[in-house]
Every structure is written in structure tokens, then in C-alpha cells.
Ligand binder design. Structure first.
Ligand SMILES: Cc1ncc(COP(=O)(O)O)c(C=O)c1O
Length: 393
């Protein structure tokens, strides 16, 4: 064989993925002193002690082996009780549930289980940064659905119907939403569901922020009439229980889809860590008061942030969930990236430019308020100073 041109050692799909827009900023922020970060998407609470203690105790008792591929049946049963109690949803723990390594693994294997090369997946923008690359890695094609701040970033029936093609296989929803904090009302879902059913779409519903709602209890799309059989429900422990580093999530789905996902999981992951699964049982059984306490604290901070941003002059809708605000920076005349970069360099406040979540987020920044109130106050003072200077220049 003659020597040919050097080949790329990476697969084409991997090679073409863009590095995360969030990472670039945080590498810069990490290299600076005295930065207040409103950038990270994780709770500022340490995991409640009872959960940590349950993990320690399970290690002491020697729970160090693999569990069943689908996860501990006792945990799956507990998740079923929890979902019934909080969201009026029931899943068979034996056939409709799978414990994963974070919601991240759940999203990955759900997409890999359902997509054939070239299948289109609808994604509502602005959206969590992982959806696009994970769809591409699964051989799918993301198709973005646009939303606007005027409409509180809610998907309209017209936009949905316009983007459906013969190749559309599924749609991804994330409510409460990262990055906007928007949620959906029953009436808003009712506008979309007939279209989803008419075109026989699968729904991948990322409900990782389901516990973090401030006005009323989250309503899962899977609990709406005729939706459970076409919905892959994804959730986890990272946000509600402040357990990001533990890496525990789950999938609830119809048995035929679940069987497919379980195949991928069993060959790639085997199972989620056993002592973490033990701790999660404790979290679900006895930890709901801890969750409610954290949600109350997020609500106070949400109220503070919305008021402070409006005072600064950055228009901002009131987010009903998650722990993000998504104000518009259009009035400053800067692009979101320019705003974020200058705010970081001039006032040492790190936020995420909205366009990393898709084009619909172009004139916005994402500020996480999962940071102490004292830090938020200081950050708002610095941001106010920055915006004032911009308006005077
Ligand atoms: C919308 C959304 N889904 C999934 C995840 C990942 O969650 P996990 O830590 O369970 O993998 C995140 C993390 O930020 C998220 O914001």
C-alpha cells in the first residue's frame, strides 16, 4: 500500500463539534482573582447531610459492587413513589425505569436508542448546550425552534408545525428551562400536544429542574393525556438535591424504548455507582424538606435578581423555575459576547452570553443565582456600574 495523506485521527462528527462556549469563559474567569461567578449551573448548597451520611454508611456496610444494570430496584421503586407523589406519574419500576449516570447519560442514551442516521430532532431554543452535540453524536440532525423574549421564550404551535418534516423523529423539551427559567402552563401545552400527536413525534422531556419551581408545582408533559406512551422522561438528583458531583439520573419511558436504552447502558456504563444509588434512596425518602428549603432560598434570590436587573435597566422576564435569569442586554448596544467579556474584564463578574444557548438567546445573558445573596448583591452593584458607564460613553 502506498503512503497516503495523513488522516484525521478523530471521527468526522467529533472533529466538527465546537468546544463549549461556556467553558471558554470560565477558563478565562478561573485565571482571574476576585471574580464573582454567575455562570455555573449548579446549586451552591452542599448535598444535605442525611444524604452524605447514607452514602458513608453504605460504604461502611460494604455496598461497593455493581448493581443490576437498570439500577437498584429499591431505588426505582422509590422514584416511582416520588413521581406519583409530586407529579401524579406512575411508572413500572421493573420495565419502565432505568438509573443512569446523571441526566447527561440519560439524554445521550435516549437519543442513541431512537435515532437513525439523518433523523431530525427538534430543539426549542434557547436550549441547554449539550443537546446539539449529543444529537449529532447519535447521528441525528438538530432542527432549532425559535422563541422570543416577548413571548417568555415559549414555543408557539406555528413555529412547531413549520419545522416538522418527514424526517422529524423527536422533540426535546426542557421545562423549567435552562437558560431562561421559563415553564409551561397547562393551556400552553394544550396548544402543542395535538401537533405532536398528529405527526407521531417522540418527546424527550428533560425535567432536571422539575423541583425548582416558584409559583406552582411542575406539571410533567408525560402526565398529560396521551403523552406518557410517547415521552421519554429524564430527570436526576443534581439540581433538586444539590448532588451534581454524585452523577445520578434516571429515565422513565415505555418498555420498548426503555429496553433499547438499557442495551446501550449495559454495554457502556454497566450501572450507576452503587453507594450513590443507596444515598439517593435516602434523599427521596427523607430529603424533601431539604429540597423545599433550598427552593425557598432560590425564590428569594430570584426575586432579588429580577428587581436588581430591572433597576439596572436590563429588561428581564420573571423566571418561574430553575435558578437562572435571562435579561436582555440589547439596550446596551453590545453583543452578548462583548457584554460578557467586558463585564468580566472590567468588573470581574462572570455571566454566560445568551447566544451559546442558540440564536434565540442572542441579545441576552444568563445569570445563575445559585450563589449567596451577599455575592449577588455585590455582583449587581458591579453590573449596575458597568451598564451606567456604557450608557455614558
Ligand atoms: C437542562 C439540563 N439537563 C441536564 C443537565 C445535566 O444534569 P446531570 O448533572 O444530571 O448530568 C443539566 C446540567 O446543567 C441541565 O441544565
Amino acid at each position: 500500500m502506498t503512503q497516503s495523506q495523513p488522516k484525521s485521527r478523530l471521527a468526522k462528527t467529533v472533529d466538527s463539534l465546537k468546544p463549549s462556549g461556556i467553558r471558554r469563559f470560565f477558563d478565562l474567569a478561573a485565571s482571574m482573582e476576585g471574580v464573582i461567578s454567575l455562570g455555573v449551573g449548579e446549586p451552591d448548597f452542599v448535598t444535605p447531610w442525611r444524604v452524605r451520611e447514607a452514602c458513608i454508611s453504605s460504604l461502611e456496610r460494604g455496598y461497593t459492587a455493581y448493581t443490576s444494570n437498570a439500577g437498584l430496584l429499591s431505588l426505582r421503586k422509590e422514584i416511582d413513589h416520588y413521581l406519583q407523589d409530586r407529579f401524579s406519574l406512575h411508572y413500572n419500576p421493573e420495565t419502565e425505569m432505568l438509573i443512569t449516570v446523571g441526566a447527561s447519560e440519560a439524554i445521550d442514551i435516549a437519543l442513541r436508542a431512537i435515532l437513525n442516521p439523518g433523523d431530525e430532532v427538534l430543539v426549542v431554543e434557547p436550549c441547554y448546550v449539550s443537546y446539539e452535540p449529543v444529537i449529532r453524536l447519535a447521528g441525528g440532525v438538530p432542527v432549532f425552534l425559535h422563541t422570543t423574549a416577548e413571548n417568555n421564550f415559549k414555543l408557539t404551535a406555528e413555529e412547531l408545525e413549520e419545522k416538522i418534516s418527514r424526517k422529524t423523529k423527536a422533540i426535546i423539551f426542557c421545562y423549567p428551562n435552562n437558560p431562561t427559567g421559563s415553564t409551561m402552563t397547562h393551556e400552553e401545552w394544550e396548544q402543542l400536544l395535538p401537533i405532536i400527536k398528529r405527526y407521531d413525534l417522540l418527546v424527550l422531556s428533560d425535567e432536571i429542574y422539575a423541583e425548582l419551581t416558584f409559583a406552582k408545582r411542575h406539571e410533567s408533559i408525560a402526565s398529560l393525556p396521551g403523552m406518557k406512551e410517547r415521552t421519554i422522561l429524564i430527570s436526576g438528583f443534581s439540581k433538586a438535591f444539590a448532588m451534581t458531583g454524585w452523577r445520578l439520573g434516571y429515565i422513565c419511558a415505555p418498555p420498548d424504548l426503555l429496553t433499547g436504552m438499557l442495551k446501550i447502558h449495559q454495554y457502556t456504563m454497566l450501572c450507576a455507582p452503587s453507594m450513590v444509588q443507596m444515598a439517593a434512596i435516602e434523599a427521596l425518602k427523607y430529603g424533601m424538606d431539604d429540597v423545599d428549603r433550598m427552593v425557598e432560598s432560590y425564590k428569594q434570590r430570584r426575586n432579588f435578581m429580577v428587581e436588581a436587573l430591572c433597576e439596572i435597566g436590563l429588561a428581564c422576564h420573571q423566571p418561574e423555575g430553575a435558578f437562572y435569569v435571562f435579561p436582555s442586554i440589547a439596550s446596551t448596544g453590545l453583543t452578548a459576547s462583548e457584554f460578557a467579556e467586558r463585564l468580566l474584564l472590567e468588573e470581574k463578574v462572570a455571566v454566560v452570553p445568551g447566544d451559546v444557548f442558540g440564536d434565540s438567546g442572542r441579545d441576552h445573558i444568563r445569570c445563575s443565582y445559585a450563589t449567596s445573596l451577599a455575592q449577588l448583591e455585590e455582583a449587581m452593584e458591579r453590573m449596575g456600574r458597568f451598564v451606567k458607564r456604557l450608557s455614558q460613553s
